[in-house]
Design a protein around this ligand. Structure first.
Ligand code: PHE
Length: 478
């Protein structure tokens, strides 16, 4: 085993996992997908999958990291040996690496938008601006591939620097201040929304559960979002779990992460939709939702430029603490497997993801229509990459659930979990049956019928299948 050190403080894993989970997924992706999918029904599926599927898998994924104490791919390899199961399970690590790479590519572009707004806020450019001005400003940003590429480059380079230097320690104290501060400002915006917006309309939009409202694609997006927001099914949590202290409780930690993560998403959603309904904006306006509604509140509130500036800095902090958890599993693998130095490994991952990110940049302007992605999948490159993650993450989660529930030796798992028998049985029932059934149900219900879904699904299965096969065919390592 390589010299993996363990986070000595029991709470460190919790903090790191919250840092990974809370990010653009809560502030940007959750509200925009909810808005596009008509509100309550989307939230219902999202919340159900978080609690019945997400938490058990979060426990499972952390456990896989902690028992193996290695990066996801090497860790899976190790576990298949110690538990004498098929090496095909190693495909979990590979699929995760692909997902991490895809997510990082667009994550960094969107975080770049936050960089732009930090600048606009701190220079006071939007003070007193009305909705039309603000949304015109956002459109201007989208229309400029150059500007977006610049921000994307700055963000990804900064994340790479942090991971490359291995300064997780420094991040820790940063997170302790930033996360609560972010939450406080969200509450401030919510209060502003309650006073000046329409919180009643927002609440009824978000919490009226009419399941018939949800489109087929909405089902897949809701499930995908629950994995996305918890950083699940792609190795990030496994990579962090590898450093987790053996004393900390897996169950309690997982529940805490899910709770905090959901709370941030809900407050952000309520605040944003209060503003949307108050100003008569559109709920289904897409990825720009957060960036045209929140500045509207900051443009008008007292000290808005300052509050808004600090807010977007905190958004950036939350995004960095998530993006480092996207880089970490792949980088750790390259280090362990190919004996690269950390900076080398990080550079390879980040340069590749940066280049891929350019596809997202142009999806909002010069490649907004008429590309091969539109012909094949009925959507832009960015939407296609998001779609891939909506398939890959639940698929990875499904495999993790099956592996932890069926392939691992029971006594080992009980020892790791360290709970009583009832809890253990409940958890095992959830990962053995409920999680796999729920994911399969949504996949089977949606994939054959939604435009553009069949090919990527076959692609994902092909990746898993090819690795599975190659592992089976290879001679067992001596
Ligand atoms: N959970 C993060 C967010 O909500 C995104 C993320 C996904 C991070 C997967 C790591 C792994 O912003």
């Amino acid at each position: 085993m390589s010299g993996h050190n363990v986070w000595t403080h029991k709470g460190t894993f919790l903090l790191a996992a919250v840092g990974s989970a809370v990010g653009l997924g809560n502030l940007w992706r959750f509200p925009y997908l909810t808005g596009e999918n008509g509100g309550g029904a989307f939230i219902l599926i999202y919340a159900l999958t978080i609690f019945a599927v997400g938490i058990p898998i979060l426990i499972a994924e952390t456990m896989l990291g902690r028992t193996s104490r290695q990066s996801p791919i090497m860790g899976m390899r190790h576990l298949t040996k110690t538990h004498k199961t098929s090496r095909a399970w190693e495909s979990i690590g590979w699929l995760g690496a692909v997902s991490a790479f895809l997510i990082l590519s667009f994550y960094s572009v969107i975080a770049g938008w936050a960089l732009h707004y930090t600048w606009l806020m701190l220079t006071g450019s939007l003070v007193g601006a009305d909705a039309a001005t603000i949304s015109a400003g956002f459109d201007a940003l989208l229309a400029s591939p150059g500007l977006m590429t610049l921000y994307h480059t700055l963000f990804i380079a900064f994340s790479a620097l942090i991971v490359g230097m291995g300064i997780h320690k420094g991040i820790e104290s940063g997170l302790r201040i930033m996360m609560p501060a972010l939450f406080v400002i969200l509450i401030v915006v919510l209060i502003y929304g309650i006073i000046n917006g329409d919180v009643r309309a927002a609440a009824s939009f978000l919490f009226t559960f009419n399941i018939a409202d949800l489109s087929l694609e909405g089902w897949l997006q809701a499930m995908g979002q629950s994995f996305f927001t918890l950083s699940l099914g792609m190795g990030a949590i496994m990579a962090y779990g590898a450093y987790m202290s053996s004393e900390a409780s897996l169950t309690r930690t997982a529940i805490a992460v899910a709770f905090v993560d959901t709370a941030v998403a809900m407050v952000a959603g309520l605040a944003i939709f209060s503003l949307v309904f108050g100003a008569g904006l559109e709920t289904g306006q897409g990825p720009g939702l957060m960036f045209v509604t929140l500045p509207l509140a900051f443009a008008d509130m007292p000290f808005g430029a300052l509050v808004g500036g600090v807010f977007f800095i905190l958004v950036l902090g939350a995004a960095v603490s998530s993006s480092i958890s996207l880089i970490e599993p792949v980088a750790a693998f390259l280090v362990e497997r190919f004996d690269m130095t950390r900076p080398q490994a990080v550079t390879i991952m980040v340069v590749a993801a940066w280049a891929m990110g350019l596809l997202t940049v142009v999806s909002f302007n010069i490649w907004a229509e008429g590309t091969i992605f539109h012909t094949l999948f009925g959507r832009s490159a960015f939407d296609f990459i998001e779609l891939l993650t909506n398939i890959f993450m639940p698929l990875g989660g499904l495999l993790i659930a099956l592996f932890a529930g069926w392939a691992l030796t029971q006594s080992e798992v009980m020892k790791e979990l360290g709970t009583n028998l009832t809890w253990f049985k409940t958890w095992r029932f959830l990962v053995r049956f409920v999680g796999p059934a729920a994911v399969s149900f949504v996949f089977l219900r949606t994939i054959p019928q939604v435009e553009g879904y069949v090919i990527p699904t076959l692609g994902a299965l092909l990746i898993v299948g090819a690795f599975a096969l190659s592992q089976r065919l290879r001679k067992p390592a001596a």
